[in-house]
Design a protein around this ligand. Structure first.
Ligand code: NAD
Length: 318
C-alpha cells in the first residue's frame, strides 16, 4: 500500500503519519508539503530515516510536482491547507489558492493516476453555526469565514469529481483538534504556552462560543477508519463529543497550570464569529468507530506535552 499524504508536516498530518507508521509499518508513505509557516519537519524527526517514508517539498497547486508524486499511489489522504481562521480574515487569497485550487490540482492528478481512494480531510466549520442540535452529513453548508468558505468549496469540488468522473472520493469533517505538534497560534497551544511564559490569554468577546473538542489521535483513527471502511462518494462527521465554551476550556487550562482568572484578557470578538459548532456522528459510530480519549485526561496530557517539549514550540513563538 502506497499512501500520498499532503500537508504531512502540519499538526494533524504529522500525527496521522505517526499513526499509520505504528499501525501499518509495512505501508509506504510519501509526504508532500510546501513547508509554509505551519509545516514543521521536526514533527517527523524520529521517522526521517525510515525506508518506507519519503518527504517531498512541494506545492499542491503545482501540477507538475503533483503529477510526479501521484504516480503509483494507491490512496491519497489530503490534509494540506491554510487552516487558521484569523489569518483568513486578514487575507483570504492564499486560502482560496491552496484550499480550492490546490485541492483541484490534486483531484485532477488523482483521476489521471487512477488512485483507488481519495480522502479529503475537512472540517465542521463548513456547516456554519448551530444554536441547538447537531449537524448531519446531508445538511447544507453555510460557512462564515474565508477559511471555512474555502474548505466548503474544496468539499464541493471533491464530491463533484466523484459525481462527474467517478473518482473514489470520501470526505471527513471533524471538530476542533488538540494534541502534540499544534502550531501555537491555535487556542489550546497558544493558551498553554502563554501561561507557561506568564503571559495573559486572549479570550474573544464573552468567551461563551462553543466548540466540540477531539484529541488529534481520535481524529487520526477516524480518518483511518474511513480510509478502510468508508463508502466512496460519502461524507463522514468525526467528533469528540466534548462541547465546551471557550471560557470553560480556558478555565480548565488555567487550573491544570495552577493559574487563576486574572490571567484572562478579554479581546474584541472575532469578525463573523460562529457561536457554536456541533456534529452528529451517528453515521460513523454505527459503522463501529468511536473516540477513545477521555477529554480531561487528554487535555492534561497535552499540557504536559507542551511543558516537556519547549524545544518544539519556543522557536515558533519568537
Ligand atoms: P496545519 O496548518 O497545522 O498544517 C497544514 C499543513 O499543510 C502544513 O504542513 C503546511 O506546510 C501544508 N501546506 C499548506 N499549504 C500548502 C500547499 N500549498 N502545498 C503543500 N502543502 C501545504 O493544519 P492542521 O490543523 O493540521 O489541519 C490539517 C487539515 O485538517 C486541514 O485541511 C484542516 O482544514 C483540517 N481540519 C483541521 C482541524 C483542526 O482542528 N486543526 C479540524 C478539522 C479539520
Amino acid at each position: 500500500m502506497k499512501l500520498l499524504i499532503t500537508g504531512g508536516c502540519g499538526f494533524i498530518g504529522s500525527n496521522f503519519i505517526h499513526h499509520i507508521m505504528e499501525k501499518h509499518p509495512e505501508y509506504q508513505i510519501i509526504n508532500l508539503d510546501k513547508l509554509t509557516y505551519a509545516g514543521n519537519p521536526s514533527n517527523l524527526k524520529n521517522i526521517e530515516e525510515n525506508v518506507n517514508y519519503s518527504f517531498i517539498k512541494g506545492d499542491i497547486c503545482d501540477p507538475d510536482i503533483v503529477k510526479d508524486v501521484m504516480q503509483d499511489v494507491d490512496q491519497v489522504i489530503h490534509f494540506a491547507a491554510e487552516s487558521h481562521v484569523d489569518r483568513s480574515i486578514e487575507d483570504g487569497s492564499v486560502f482560496v489558492r491552496t484550499n480550492v485550487l490546490g485541492t483541484n490540482t490534486l483531484l485532477d492528478c488523482a483521476l489521471k493516476s487512477e488512485v483507488k481512494k481519495f480522502i479529503h480531510v475537512s472540517t465542521d466549520e463548513v456547516y456554519g453555526s448551530i444554536k441547538t442540535g447537531s449537524f448531519r452529513e446531508e445538511d447544507n453548508l453555510e460557512p462564515s469565514s474565508p477559511y471555512s468558505a474555502s474548505k466548503a468549496g474544496s468539499d464541493l469540488l471533491a464530491m463533484s469529481y466523484h459525481t462527474t468522473y467517478g473518482l473514489p472520493v470520501s470526505i471527513t469533517r471533524c471538530t476542533n483538534n488538540f494534541g502534540p505538534y499544534q502550531y501555537p497560534e491555535k487556542l489550546i497551544p497558544l493558551f498553554i504556552t502563554n501561561l507557561m511564559e506568564d503571559e495573559k490569554v486572549p479570550v474573544y468577546g464573552t468567551g461563551l462560543n462553543v466548540r466540540d473538542w477531539i484529541h488529534v489521535e481520535d481524529h487520526c483513527s477516524g480518518i483511518d477508519f474511513v480510509r478502510k471502511n468508508g463508502n466512496i462518494g460519502e461524507i463522514y462527521n468525526i467528533g469528540g463529543g466534548s462541547e465546551l465554551t471557550n471560557l470553560e476550556i480556558t478555565n480548565r487550562i488555567l487550573e491544570i497550570l495552577g493559574k487563576d482568572e486574572s490571567m484572562i484578557r478579554y479581546v474584541e470578538d472575532r469578525k463573523g464569529h460562529d457561536f457554536r459548532y456541533s456534529l452528529d456522528c451517528t453515521k460513523l459510530k454505527k459503522m463501529g468507530w468511536k473516540p477513545e480519549y477521555d477529554f480531561e485526561t487528554a487535555l492534561s496530557n497535552t499540557v504536559k506535552w507542551y511543558i516537556d517539549n519547549r524545544w518544539w514550540w519556543e522557536p515558533l513563538k519568537r
